[in-house]
Design a protein around this ligand. Structure first.
Ligand code: HEM
Length: 235
């Protein structure tokens, strides 16, 4: 084994290496969620805006751009989940309690439930991809979902979003998932600063506030779409 591979495998097996991997992939996902929300909010600018945006994503780099993004995101999600599960196992194994009692921890509810909110979000992502990308939960394909804009035929993302969220159960599921995402993001973002070694006793409160504010922004932005559809604002 070359020394580079040996050093890399040592890094990946160490708990600090795993923490850095969780933080780096978490940052990619944090930025993706913001970019995706901004793109989704184009629905409020009207059908043409979000349809043209969806078309741009699908056709960038002759259709290769979307695949590069998909593979990058998939890699980030897989590394994030695998490293987190491994870290959780490692820290549980390092905390043997002779009496089988749970030790009191100085951490919030979001921190203690990170692994579970994360795994539940993974289920949401699978549902979401089946819903709007593979489109096998409801049929959002065919001529009914095609529009022509500036002489170009494209998928009617706006109509898909409006029809998709007009089911109360589906909207409720999305909103519930966004509440979970709020908890996961608020703790995740403030932990990022800690892993980067930026959080001191004094600045910790500020980083926690940044985490909450960021997560709240994503919660409000994302929930506004299903809520606007149910309220008849987007139709
Ligand atoms: C209410 C909130 C959300 C709305 C309205 C929404 C909307 C959409 C829409 C319309 C698409 C399909 C785009 C197209 O066909 O051009 C999409 C794809 C996608 N969304 Fe969301 N999304 C939301 C939340 C999320 C969240 C929280 C995540 C991740 C944590 C996420 C991850 C993805 C991914 C990975 C894709 C697939 C992109 C692709 O491969 O084409 N979405 N979303």
């Amino acid at each position: 084994m070359s020394s580079v591979v040996e050093s890399l495998s040592c890094f990946v097996r160490s708990s600090i290496g795993k923490k850095i991997l969780v933080a780096a992939t978490g940052l990619v996902l944090v930025l993706f969620v913001l970019g995706h929300m901004i793109g989704n909010l184009l629905a409020f600018a009207g059908p043409d805006a979000i349809n043209a945006y969806g078309h741009l994503l699908q056709t960038s780099l002759h259709g290769g751009g979307v695949w590069i993004a998909r593979l990058g995101l998939l890699a980030a999600v897989v590394v994030h989940v695998v490293a987190t599960i491994s870290l959780t196992r490692q820290s549980r194994a390092a905390r043997p309690d002779a009496y089988g009692r749970q030790k009191a921890q100085v951490s919030g509810r979001a921190a203690r439930t990170m692994i579970w909110s994360g795994l539940t979000l993974l289920c949401f992502i699978v549902f979401h991809l089946m819903h709007f990308t593979v489109r096998n939960i409801e049929n959002f394909g065919g001529p009914d979902y095609e529009v022509v804009l500036d002489g170009e035929k494209m998928h009617n993302v706006y109509k898909m979003v409006v029809v998709g969220f007009s089911h109360v159960g589906v909207s409720a599921f999305y909103i519930l998932s966004m509440v979970l995402l709020y908890g996961h993001l608020s703790h995740g973002v403030s932990s990022l600063f800690q892993t980067l070694g930026l959080a001191t006793y004094r600045s910790e409160r500020i980083f926690k506030a940044i985490g909450h504010a960021y997560a709240l922004l994503i919660l409000v932005g994302n929930c506004s779409i299903p809520l606007a559809v149910l309220a008849g604002v987007l139709k």
